[in-house]
Design a protein around this ligand. Structure first.
Ligand code: HAM
Length: 439
């Protein structure tokens, strides 16, 4: 019997001590997307299985092997394995294609793929994804890539390699598919069974097969860039020129085809050079909207895996700039003091200052130890003496400094002033550090 106390294989609990990392990355994603004019959307966790079959593609690993599917009544559903098909469905079912173009959307969402779990590969993972609709211009491709790069910069992630490629359009793709079919047919004995079945329907999928034998054979396969049509070539060159204008470093890697069927023209990946792990993948999908029953609407986007971002940030020692945001702790003795602390905490919270007090009936010493461990900036100890005099000491937990405060509304101003003083001190220290660093 399955161990019900263990999170299912390939899934993860996030505990309070790690949640700051998640909220920081989510916050940075929202800020970065907003800077570029993107608006957040949310879609259901499950959709009709056909959306992904038609959207992501029947010949992809994701659809063939990895979807979590279930039947309810007469309907077949799948947990979303990615966000692009869901976004297109949302755009179509809500008529967003009538909005002024370009339409700029983003999401932060969980995805589900039944892959073999390993470091950086989970069955439930999270993506920050960005989708831009209504423009076929190469400048849009560069803008999307720049957005991804800005997100990495904002998180302080370094050492990423941007690889780009063009996989052409349905017109030139046919010639390329034929060339690939011919090449792989001559080597078919060495291919895995899945790739043998891909030969007829979609030989491009063989290029991103994970089996080492297939990868070896794929190394000498025809290159897509030798087959793309003039329009696609001009588009790809313009994307590269625009990236150069924007000082975005990249390399062209003709073996990037991406594992999902909807891509056309530009595809790209940001790869962590040290681990060889792809943190972000994306590209154009000019045909997907019409393929799912909508108007002709060119589109493009990317998604980055949040777990992989955290892995990389941890490894590179990036800061999550976590504000502890634990401001005041009232340590109390006795019921009357506890009641007073509850009243004062409420006043402070109403003013936006976080405040807590003892809820477990611990000794004064144990409460102070708790406040210290939890990283409260200030404490106020309240016992009979403090209640009688209506005054107490506000203690700065870092410096040990104390100032007298009254146990009424005036405490708000006193704590506000103490916070401002602390913030100014931190600011001065940062400026001093920068001076030393820059000199
Ligand atoms: P994808 O390359 O399948 O593309 O996934 C994007 C990112 O999600 C990957 O680069 C990786 O960081 C993360 N990821 C994917 N699978 C896993 C996994 N099993 N465990 C952990 N992280 C994972 C897409 O999903 C496309 N929808 C991207 C896109 C948006 N293209 C255009 N618009």
């Amino acid at each position: 019997m399955a161990n019900i106390l263990k999170a299912p294989r390939g899934t993860m609990d996030v505990l309070p001590d790690k949640i700051d990392k998640w909220t920081y990355i989510e916050y940075t994603a929202r800020e970065t997307a907003n800077l570029f004019g993107f608006k957040e959307i949310r879609f259901p966790t499950f959709e009709s299985i056909d959306l992904f079959r038609r959207g992501v593609g029947e010949t992809t690993d994701v659809v063939q092997k990895e979807m979590f599917t279930f039947t309810h009544g007469n309907s077949n559903f799948a947990l979303r394995p990615e966000g692009t098909a869901s976004t297109v469905r949302l755009v179509l079912s809500n008529g967003l294609y009538n909005d002024p173009m370009p339409l700029k959307l983003f999401y932060i969402t969980s995805c589900f793929r039944g892959e073999r779990p390993q470091a950086g590969r989970l069955r439930e993972f999270h993506q920050f994804g960005v989708e831009l609709f209504g423009t076929a211009e190469p400048s849009a491709d560069a803008e999307i890539i720049l957005l991804a790069k800005t997100m990495f910069n904002n998180l302080g992630i370094k050492g990423l390699r941007l690889e780009i490629n063009s996989i052409g359009c349905p017109n030139c793709r046919k010639d390329y598919q034929n060339a690939l079919r011919e090449y792989f047919t001559s080597k078919q004995d060495g291919l895995c069974d899945t790739c043998k079945s891909r030969l007829e329907r979609n030989p491009m999928r063989i290029l991103d097969c994970k089996s080492p034998e297939c990868q070896k054979i794929a190394e000498a396969a025809p290159k897509v860039t030798d087959y793309i049509c003039d329009d696609c070539r001009t588009h790809f060159e313009a994307v590269q020129n625009q990236l150069k204008n924007l000082n975005v470093d990249f390399i062209v890697n003709t073996s990037i085809v991406r594992g999902l069927d909807y891509y056309t023209r530009t595809v790209f990946e940001f790869i962590d050079e040290k681990r060889g792990l792809t943190l972000c993948g994306g590209g154009r999908y000019d045909g997907l909207v019409s393929q799912l029953g909508g108007p002709e609407l060119p589109a493009l986007g990317f998604a980055m895996g949040l777990e992989r971002l955290i892995m990389t940030m941890d490894e590179q020692g990036c800061s999550y700039e976590t504000e502890q945001n634990k401001t005041v702790y009232f340590a109390t003795i006795g019921d009357a003091a506890s009641k007073k602390a509850a009243e004062l905490a409420l006043k402070l919270r109403t003013e936006g200052i976080s405040a807590e007090y003892d809820l477990v009936g611990r000794s004064m010493k144990a409460q102070m130890k708790y406040a210290n461990r939890k990283g409260f900036a200030f404490t106020v100890a309240i016992g009979d003496n403090e209640l009688n005099s209506n005054t107490a000491e506000l203690k700065n937990m870092q410096t040990g400094e104390t100032i007298p405060v009254t146990l009424d509304d005036k405490i708000i101003e006193a704590i506000d002033n103490a916070i401002v003083k602390e913030t100014m001190k931190e600011l001065e220290e940062t400026i001093e550090k920068d001076k030393i660093f820059n000199s």
